[in-house]
Write a new protein. Structure first.
Length: 250
């Protein structure tokens, strides 16, 4: 696609609020110059950006990194972004990830309707200003964000985790966790009641790239240690979901 965001690359309206640390956007775009420009705009706002240079990588990157949002062009060579959206929404690992489609070619209403019918959360027409692009991305993220995902203090029965201070209290008593254990607990509490996939935990907490094989044993060992430190009552709330990952029970 030849169209590019217009306007300056400055910050969007302060009313949009700051980006929560660790918020990831997957960009699926086969035009290198446009992809680079959008990447720069989003990184300037504080987002972590993952690039899919080849559209065929989309499903694997989305499953591995579990981005908070996918920003995808509609025309991707021989592949349609609308087709990819349908496939992503049909898979359990990626069905809940919001998708925003962009197009400067397929701008007719019928294409936009098709995109929404296949599960897209927004359909943006190019050209678009940097400010409006960022505002739309933040708006979709706000619709999907739970109270736990936005909170600085996460709580469960007798447990309080202060994200900024990196402190954990259980029944008003401090619990010493390693950095990895703290990040694991944060990830599980932010998605409380939902399965957090082992792939997501491994790549998020340990920070390895998408090409690195997932060491599920490492995750298992750290989860076991975390359960022990939280005590029997809270520890049993971290449930293993065989073949998928872990869930912190409500």
């Amino acid at each position: 696609m030849s169209q590019t965001p217009s306007g300056s690359s400055g910050s969007s309206s302060p009313n949009d609020g700051p980006v929560r640390p660790g918020t990831k956007i997957l960009i699926v775009e086969d035009n290198p110059s446009f992809r680079k420009m959008v990447k720069t705009v989003l990184e300037d706002e504080g987002f972590l950006v993952i690039e899919a240079e080849d559209p065929s990588e989309t499903a694997n990157l989305a499953k591995t990194h579990q981005p908070n949002l996918i920003l995808m062009d509609v025309v991707l060579g021989v592949v349609s972004g609308i087709e990819l959206t349908q496939k992503l929404k049909a898979q359990p690992y990626t069905s809940t990830i919001p998708v925003v489609l962009l197009s400067g070619a397929q701008t007719d209403e019928e294409f936009q309707l098709q995109g929404f019918e296949e599960g897209a959360d927004d359909y943006i027409l190019k050209p678009i200003s940097n400010e409006l692009l960022v505002a739309k991305v933040k708006a979709v993220l706000r619709r999907y964000a739970s109270a736990e995902e936005l909170a600085d203090v996460l709580q469960a029965e007798g447990l309080a985790l202060d994200v900024k201070a990196r402190k954990v209290m259980v029944k008003s008593q401090p619990v010493a966790l390693t950095r990895k254990e703290f990040d694991l607990l944060t990830a599980l509490l932010r998605k409380r009641g939902q399965v957090v996939y082992t792939t997501q935990l491994y790549h998020t907490v340990w920070g390895y790239g998408a090409s690195a094989p997932v060491d599920s044993h490492t995750v298992k060992v750290h989860v076991s240690s975390l359960r022990s430190k939280l005590g029997p009552e809270l520890g049993k709330k971290i449930v293993n979901v065989p073949g998928l990952g872990y869930r912190f029970e409500n």
